[in-house]
Design a protein around this ligand. Structure first.
Ligand SMILES: Cc1cc2nc3c(=O)[nH]c(=O)nc-3n(C[C@H](O)[C@H](O)[C@H](O)COP(=O)(O)OP(=O)(O)OC[C@H]3O[C@@H](n4cnc5c(N)ncnc54)[C@H](O)[C@@H]3O)c2cc1C
Length: 459
């Protein structure tokens, strides 16, 4: 299939609401499922029995349930999740750039729940991994399990940035796209910023955070928006990262740094956001540098006219409280779930598996990673149910499509060793540079692939 045919196909899918069957057929015709391994969805079945409880009905929980339903002859699966809506969170970035409308990125949770699972619409407050039971916030039920799947995503610790809360997002022109409402306010503010001009400050955070590329994407998209409006000379943009380099996957880093240089956006390294003074429009930061054995912390203040910040993130509190998080090493401070990085089985409790953002594994927290983790986690869980060793191994695959402007994406795909990977039919193009085809993929394909493929246990 030629690039032109592919582009026509992408647009056809994006412009119309296609149903799941049509979508699967269209993608199969583009050769996608060869790359994604979807044809293997129903490759085996098992008579294994046991009560499976899944905490969280997001990308990971629902994909996992769908896989288990395909493969178990007698599934007994309960999902606990309080949400009414199921969000396609990668779409938040495109809302903040005016490419998607808010209603494009969610469906009702009811419509996403796989048929054949029991859904308890409640929030988990506690897990007792010794007695194999879960308590919900409503306190009405103690739910027992034989096997537990931890998939509650992560907790955004808004209180980690002083002076602003999730509720006050937007005040003092301080914004964050890690929140659905926040992404909508960001888009309004960027349009306004193009009219007023001034200084734009963009910052990530020092903890692991979902889609590490998102703070960079919102910065690059707003820069291009200013050029499109012919007001680039009226705005002065600055990027601050807590890391000691802009991006840590060597195959993609040089081009990304070059893009920031070409766009005249200075990169400030080793900087953490501490708080925001919404009235004065000042962001309080500290630069942390290591000199010999010593850590030197230098506080400073930046004035801004527009701010995009990222709050610190961690595993949900109940994971730490239940003793399910790492207690030593780099992943301990935020208590990410202590699982084997290849099998995703808990290191202390072999009847627990974790996947998605909560998993304490050294990869990037993305739904692209979940797409690859789900079949591995499901097969390993079935092996445990059958009393066998889990043998399926996850190689750390994650992807972060860094939108570099309206029309181009640097499609960063990589594994635990930070080796570049290619999972879409793009082997003939140079993926170390931003590509228009990858933009089409991001805008038109990945969302239906998520709702119709991944959540149904196919892609
Ligand atoms: C702005 C933004 C941009 C992103 N961009 C990309 C991208 O370009 N590409 C990409 O691949 N990924 C991207 N992501 C990341 C991606 O959305 C996540 O990695 C993915 O959703 C993780 O899936 P999950 O199931 O672990 O968590 P989630 O999808 O967040 O689901 C967690 C679920 O658990 C439920 N839950 C939480 N706590 C409890 C509890 N105590 N009890 C019961 N249920 C609970 C929640 O209600 C939710 O339904 C982005 C995310 C954001 C916010």
């Amino acid at each position: 299939m030629s690039a032109q045919d592919l582009s026509r196909l992408f647009k056809k899918i994006g412009e119309k609401e296609v149903d799941r069957r049509k979508f699967v057929k269209l993608l199969a015709s583009a050769g996608f499922f060869t790359y994604l391994g979807t044809q293997k969805a129903n490759a085996f079945s098992s008579k294994a029995k046991g009560k499976i409880v899944i905490i969280g009905g997001g990308a990971a929980g629902i994909s996992m349930a769908a896989r288990l339903l395909h493969w178990l002859d007698n599934p007994d699966i309960t999902i606990i999740d309080p949400s009414d809506k199921h969000f396609y969170q990668p779409g938040f970035t495109l809302i903040s750039a005016g490419v998607y409308k808010p209603e494009d990125v969610w469906k009702t949770q009811e419509s996403c729940m796989p048929k054949g699972v029991k859904w308890i619409k409640d929030t988990v407050a506690e897990v007792d991994p010794i007695w194999n039971q879960v308590t919900t916030v409503s306190g009405k039920e103690k739910i027992t399990y034989d096997f537990l799947v931890l998939a509650p995503g992560l907790q955004i610790n808004w209180e980690g940035v002083e002076g602003i809360t999730q509720q006050t997002l937007g005040q003092g022109n301080a914004h964050c796209i890690y929140d659905f409402e926040g992404a909508q306010k960001t888009w309004k503010a960027i349009q306004e910023f193009a009219k007023t001009g001034g200084k734009g400050v963009y910052a990530d955070t020092y903890t692991k955070h979902k889609c590490g590329g998102a703070p960079k994407k919102v910065c690059l998209l707003s820069e291009h928006y200013m050029r499109k409006q012919n007001v680039r000379d009226k705005v002065d943009l600055h990027y601050f990262t807590a890391e000691h380099q802009l991006y840590d996957v060597p195959y993609f880093t040089p081009r990304l740094e070059e893009i920031y240089k070409e766009r005249n956006i200075p990169i400030n390294l080793n900087v953490r956001v501490k708080g925001v003074d919404l009235e004065k429009k000042q962001v309080h930061m500290e630069r942390i540098e290591t000199v010999g054995d010593q850590k030197i912390t230098t506080p400073f203040v930046e004035d801004y006219d527009f701010l995009h910040f990222t709050p610190p993130m961690s595993a949900p509190d109940f994971v730490r409280d239940a003793g399910l998080g790492w207690t030593e090493g780099k992943l301990a401070a935020e208590a990410w779930a202590m699982v084997d990085k290849e099998t995703l089985v808990h290191k202390k409790y072999p009847n627990i598996i974790a996947l998605g953002d909560v998993a304490g594994i050294p990869t990037s927290k993305t739904s692209a990673a979940v797409r690859v983790q789900a079949p591995i986690a499901a097969k390993n869980l079935i092996s445990l149910m059958e009393g066998k060793e889990p043998v399926e191994k996850y190689n750390g695959y994650a992807a972060c499509p860094i939108v570099t402007d309206y029309g181009h994406v640097l499609l960063c795909e990589f594994d635990y060793d930070k080796n570049a990977q290619v999972s879409f039919p793009f082997t003939l193009i140079d993926t170390s540079r931003e590509q228009w085809l990858a933009w089409l993929l991001k805008v038109y394909i990945l969302k239906p692939l998520y709702f119709y493929g991944m959540l149904n246990g196919y892609a």
